[in-house]
Design a binder for this molecule. Structure first.
Ligand code: NAD
Ligand code: AKB
Length: 319
């Protein structure tokens, strides 16, 4: 894998960071992959390698860490996700935007050579075509989280066009994983359901049965992130790429789980996250990512369900 200096992952104790740090360390034995978060996690401390406590709102401390480790590449993952952001819009805007600026400004100075900043399907809104949503279309997000992601994408384009910053991103769909729990998003039900199915045999979904959303299994998301960061800069036409694995509704996911656990029971009690989900696409067209950097997801819905049940069962048995 191509990396010309040390790497910093900000927000490393979260759902993506936990797995990304481990995979970056596995693939880059010749460089230091520094994990950092406002809070350490058992996972990040267990994975061998440096960890620094960092509040991304503290630009001075960020610079100190970058200088200490001679970092040239930053993955800026620290954020409030859609559900949590809706409960605290002012702080969500501050964290999600200022965190990005602190990293982009180091890249503008030339200290950082490459930045990864994740966007989301939340950039789309209720006026966007729901099915097979294209890369470029009407956006107009209605959640505070989505407004921040769209503004962030525009700032990334601005820094790229005006200061030559190499910044890359993915509009991740809902991510499903078992190594670390999700951090307060609208798609979190699709992870919680597995833990409850295996521990209680039943689950109450906070989204209604017909809410279809785009999703992806975490191994594909990690692979995509690393592939995008490895792609030649000349091949990239976007700062934030549409990406998808598969789409399903809570009812369809329940039926897949029932294929493995026939007694599983599912009911529905939609809460405030239903409104957010209703404003997002049902399925995503990721053909631009396929064309620009050869993206292709590996996991199907059925593969993901079997793998989640196998791994969470093993975790529970080991307790
Ligand atoms: P997460 O909530 O699981 O992790 C975020 C991490 O950031 C947490 O460990 C938290 O402690 C840390 N953090 C919070 N405030 C911080 C601060 N001030 N300074 C430093 N660290 C701080 O989130 P995630 O799911 O890993 O998402 C990472 C990024 O990917 C976010 O930008 C999110 O919007 C984006 N994304 C995630 C998904 C998904 O389904 N997980 C989908 C689309 C986009
Ligand atoms: C969330 O639900 O907030 C995230 C996302 C799709 O951005 N999982």
């Amino acid at each position: 894998m191509r990396v010309e200096g040390n790497i910093l992952v900000v927000g490393s104790s979260g759902q993506i960071g936990t797995e990304l740090v481990a995979e970056l360390r596995r693939r880059n034995k010749n460089v230091q992959v520094v994990a950092s978060d406002i809070k350490p996690s058992l996972n990040s401390l267990q994975v061998e390698g440096p960890f620094e406590e960092l509040d991304i709102l503290d630009a001075k401390r960020l610079r100190e860490i970058v200088e200490k480790y001679q970092v040239v590449e930053i993955y800026q993952l620290a954020a409030l996700l859609s559900g949590t952001a809706e409960k605290n819009p002012e702080y969500a805007w501050k964290l999600n935007m200022d965190g990005l600026f602190h990293v982009l400004d180091l890249a503008k100075e030339g200290i950082i050579k490459k930045v990864f900043w994740p966007s989301s399907i939340a950039v789309f809104g209720p006026n966007t075509a729901k099915n097979n949503t294209p890369q470029s279309t009407i956006m107009r997000p209605t959640s505070v989280y989505g407004i921040g992601k769209l503004a962030g994408e525009s700032w990334c384009e601005y820094y790229k066009a005006n200061y030559g910053v190499d910044v890359r991103g993915i509009r991740y769909p809902g991510l499903i994983s078992y190594k670390s729990k999700p951090g307060g998003g609208t798609t979190d039900y699709a992870v919680e359901i597995f833990y409850e199915a295996l521990s209680k045999g039943r689950y109450t979904s906070f989204l209604n049965q017909e809410t279809e959303l785009p999703m992806m299994y975490m191994p594909d998301a990690i692979e995509a992130t690393i592939q995008l960061m490895d792609a030649p800069v000349e091949s990239l036409s976007q700062v934030a790429y549409n990406l998808t694995g598969f789409s399903f509704t809570p009812a369809q996911l329940g039926a897949e789980i029932r294929d493995v656990l026939p007694d599983f029971e599912l009911d529905y009690a939609p809460d405030f996250r239903q409104k957010i989900a209703n404003s997002w696409p049902s399925s995503i067209d990721d053909s631009v990512a396929q064309q620009d950097w050869g993206w292709m997801a590996k996991y199907s819905l059925e593969d993901m369900v079997k793998d989640m049940i196998k791994n969470i069962s093993a975790q529970m048995a080991a307790r």
